[in-house]
Design a protein around this ligand. Structure first.
Ligand SMILES: Cc1ncc(COP(=O)(O)O)c(C=O)c1O
Length: 491
């Protein structure tokens, strides 16, 4: 497909801009461009055709099934978009004074209350803009809490299971802590012996994802809690996988002190490619004084406002009160279910177990248990028998019009395929996916070379994965710049 610059013909115009009525102020010499910008010269219908064609090459949840394990690509109801586009929300300036923003503040306060209820904890900050920022904020809260008790220098370590999402260890390091890794046992739970051997008076806390990235609910939560409570440490719950347990179990009831919620995963948000997201944190009462400012409060007269008067706060972690458009959509999603929110999680878990039951004979299942909202298969049997890898399976799925699942994660499962269907997929779609996966398992035995070269039907066929990751050409005209090309610079 041609670039828009390659469609350019000198003198073609898409639209005529009217001459301004007012005098145009002169641009100071030092700010003026020396040459006019090189813009494509294309007529309007050609522009439209170009971008429409481009959009058909994209694949999203609105195009088809998108079982990207750990990333929760669920359908975003259109009513959310209507609500967020209401002029009162859409046109609100972040610096407007409190009196003129009561509706928006009330929505945020109500969302806080819902998250408090869902997590079983005492206070919420909506500020963090992503799960990973929620993690960092939570760890900074731990530091502030122990510093307040004079224990920050003594407690330097955070314990993380080896199944953790990569952001967990990264956040630990950013917060200035040291990492202690613990193993997973044969049933997919945290290995309790390894845990006990690694927790002591130097431990600040645990970061646990539950359900884990294996899609399993840890069967020993209470024993884990006792280990940390006995050591005087705190417990952080990575709630990125809350989609499996909403209205069913609560981190606060299990003894956790801090949890982050990925609004963009659990409560629908058109995300991907880096945003937008929301990673609010909920905490127990002893950590509330350290939460970011401003705190969003309901005052005694029933109005809503921002409270900056929190002497022990860790400070601000994001501009204003957080990503407002994300809050509106997530609030709308939760309210749509109302008191039946647990049905969301039940359907997500049922859908995942349906796929698991249909696929577990054709692929290896490293932990043979009922799963939660996602599960991990291994293509190790295909690799051993016919040299077909998880990557080949993922690429071949694209030929059948399905987005590949997450692959090679979690790291402890070789040839991992991590599958998450979400609650919004009907049975026919689930069956299409299973049929494709079973067909691929057959093809692996009969025509492995077809899989090695897949995809065959997409606009872009098999890429050199290493080159694509290491030499991303993100700039038109890269090849035309000999200096860059010769130096082989990575973008
Ligand atoms: C288990 C887990 N923790 C943390 C994160 C980080 O969330 P975010 O991508 O919003 O930073 C993710 C993201 O997918 C996740 O799956």
């Amino acid at each position: 497909m041609k670039l828009i610059y390659e469609r350019s013909q000198a003198g073609r115009r898409g639209l005529a801009v009217p001459r301004p009525d007012l005098p145009v102020p002169p641009v100071p010499d030092e700010l003026a461009r020396r040459e006019p910008p090189r813009l494509p010269e294309v007529a309007e219908p050609e522009v439209l055709r170009h971008f429409t064609e481009l959009s058909t090459r994209n694949y999203g949840i609105d195009t088809g099934f998108y079982p990207l394990g750990s990333c929760t690509m669920k359908y975003n109801p259109r009513v959310n978009e209507r609500v967020v586009a209401l002029p009162g929300f859409r046109d609100l300036h972040p610096l407007v004074n409190e009196d003129a923003a009561q509706g928006a503040l009330e929505l945020e306060w109500r969302l806080q209350e819902l998250l408090r209820e869902l997590t079983g904890l005492d206070a919420v900050s909506l500020q963090p803009a992503a799960g990973s920022q929620g993690e960092l904020t939570g760890l900074l809260l731990m530091r502030a809490y122990f510093a307040d008790r004079g224990e920050d220098e003594q407690r330097r370590r955070i314990v993380i299971p080896d199944t953790a999402h990569g952001t967990n260890p990264a956040s630990v390091t950013m917060a200035g802590y040291e990492l202690t890794k613990v193993a997973t046992d044969a049933r997919g739970n945290v290995d309790l012996d390894d845990l006990r051997a690694n927790v002591d008076e130097h431990t600040a806390g645990l970061m646990l994802t539950n359900p884990s990235t294996l899609g399993l609910f840890d069967e020993n939560i209470e024993a884990i809690r006792d280990v940390f409570h006995d050591a005087g440490a705190l417990m952080y719950y990575d709630g990125a996988n809350l989609n499996a347990v909403c209205g069913i179990s609560r981190p606060g009831d299990m003894g956790f002190d801090i949890v982050h919620i990925n609004l963009h995963k659990t409560f629908s948000q058109p995300h991907g490619g880096g945003g937008p997201g929301g990673g609010p944190i909920a905490v127990g009462a002893r950590l509330e004084p350290f939460l970011p400012v401003p705190a969003l409060i309901r005052k005694d007269d029933g109005s809503f406002g921002l409270d900056f008067d929190r002497p022990k706060t860790i400070g601000k972690v994001r501009g204003f009160t957080g990503p407002f458009g994300v809050f509106v959509r997530s609030y709308a999603y939760i309210r749509r279910y109302g008191p039946q929110l647990r049905e969301m999680s039940e359907a997500a878990v049922l859908n995942a177990n349906y796929l698991l039951a249909r696929l577990k004979d054709a692929y290896e299942l490293p932990f043979d248990r009922l799963c939660m909202h996602e599960f991990v298969l291994s293509a190790r049997n295909l690799k051993r028998d016919s040299g077909v890898s998880a990557l080949d399976v993922a690429k071949r799925l694209m030929d059948y019009g399905i987005h590949p699942p997450t692959i090679y994660f979690p790291l402890i499962v070789p040839e991992a395929l991590m599958i998450e269907p979400t609650e919004t997929e009907p049975k026919e779609r689930l069956d299409d996916f299973c049929d494709a996966m079973l067909l691929i398992a057959t093809e692996a035995a009969t025509a492995p070379e077809v899989l090695h070269e897949a995809p065959h039907t997409r606009p872009v066929t098999r890429l050199d994965e290493v080159k694509a990751a290491k030499r991303v050409v993100v700039r038109y005209g890269f090849e035309a710049h000999p200096n860059l090309a010769e130096a082989g610079q990575e973008a």
